[in-house]
Write a protein that binds this ligand. Sequence first.
Ligand SMILES: C[S@@+](CC[C@H](N)C(=O)[O-])C[C@H]1O[C@@H](n2cnc3c(N)ncnc32)[C@H](O)[C@@H]1O
Length: 234
Amino acid sequence: MTNWVSFYDFKHSVIYVNERHRDVHYRKIAQDIAAYVPSPAARMLDYGSGEATSADLIAAACGHLTLVEAAPHVRASLAQRYAANPKVAVVRPEQVEAMPEASFDLIVMHSVAQYLTAHQLDEILALFRRLLKPDGLVVLGDVVPPHLAAPYAALALLRFGAQNGFLGAAVLGLIRIFFSDYMRLRKTTGLSHYEEGEILTRLKVAGFMAARAEENIGHNQRRMTFVARPVTPG
Ligand SMILES: C[S@@+](CC[C@H](N)C(=O)[O-])C[C@H]1O[C@@H](n2cnc3c(N)ncnc32)[C@H](O)[C@@H]1O
């Protein structure tokens, strides 16, 4: 396993301590994301959607939802899960790169920035700028600030487990993760962490006017969500 996409493509129980954790996680972020949908007709993109087991909640709130997933097995399982839902499309990153400009009203990328190099993040922000309608919105969620990210993530998981009936599994999951490929990849490939000001600057350079949202999407409130609108030249 040499990179984060292949890590996420592997059928594993490291990130989600059990199915209940996976499902309450995706339900919570789907509810939070749905709150950003600007209108029932909105065309929406979720970049790096992961298993997205509650994407039907988002699809119900918007006109059309495109899920972009780089990991082939995750993508195949998404395609199967939503095959009967005409409002959901599942695509590869290269397919979304080929889409025409101004295709979307809302673009969300949640819990992905930490797995990208700063250069990759800049390229994706430039892509979002091209794909977004002039009055559209980009939401960048779960951006991880530097310093004590791992202990805060562990505490947030335990709290989330206690609130949702999987505290025991969360404790075991934390022990498992310590000996997993996640820790190996963290050392070899690394994770990207950003201060609030760094993300705001990157969004500005990419052509957005942005602000940090009061609440992060999902269960870890130490991480940050940013809301960005395109700046129109002139
Ligand atoms: C923690 S999951 C996030 C899934 C979902 N958005 C969520 O919040 O639960 C990280 C996602 O980032 C994707 N990813 C990691 N590295 C990537 C890269 N270089 N390019 C595109 N996607 C990447 C993985 O395939 C995975 O779906």
